[in-house]
Ligand binder design. Structure first.
Ligand SMILES: [Ca+2]
Ligand SMILES: [Ca+2]
Length: 167
């Protein structure tokens, strides 16, 4: 089960809750329009909140961690953009230990994960290149969607470059 962004009507992460994993607009759920006052944001997610529906000018704010509305944002949110991170898993089929990244990653700075990645969730809009060793040696493969290692790639990845990210 991958992480979700949790929206709450209260300002203390309690009571009625709505979970979203991609962008959301209150036009699809009017009971929640101007009714979100705290948000739980899993590690690695980038969430932008908007005062009005898409296309209408107003306040916006980018969030990367849990957030509670101040007086300026109380009962204001009508639109939310969610950019999920790339999620790396030690086991095949998106299980085992999990690590979130949004930019280039190298096992050199995280040796516990060297040759351990065996499946990857690649949200829409990302293009990544996985490397057996590094960008200049060994085999590589470009990915734009979720991926599970076959025999050739089992316990091989030592480097990942993010060449495109969601807008
Ligand atoms: Ca509003
Ligand atoms: Ca390797």
């Amino acid at each position: 089960m991958s992480a979700q962004v949790s929206l709450y009507k209260s300002n203390n992460y309690t009571g009625e809750k709505l979970e979203i994993s991609s962008s959301w607009e209150a036009s699809s759920n009017k009971a929640w329009n101007d009714n979100i006052n705290s948000i739980k944001i899993p590690k690695g997610y980038r969430v932008t909140i908007y005062e009005h529906y898409a296309g209408i000018e107003g306040m916006s704010l980018e969030l990367t961690s849990d957030w509670v509305a101040d007086s300026k944002w109380k009962n204001k949110i009508s639109n939310i953009k969610v950019i999920a991170p790339i999620q790396l898993f030690t086991s095949k089929n998106f299980t085992g230990n999990q690590l979130s990244i949004t930019t280039n990653w190298s096992a050199a700075s995280n040796m516990a994960w060297n040759d351990k990645i065996n499946s990857i969730k690649v949200p829409k809009g990302y293009k990544i290149i996985i490397y057996e060793n590094g960008p200049t040696n060994g085999k590589s493969l470009e990915l734009t969607s979720d991926w599970v290692a076959d025999g050739d790639w089992t316990n091989k990845i030592s480097n990942i470059n993010v060449v495109a990210s969601p807008k």
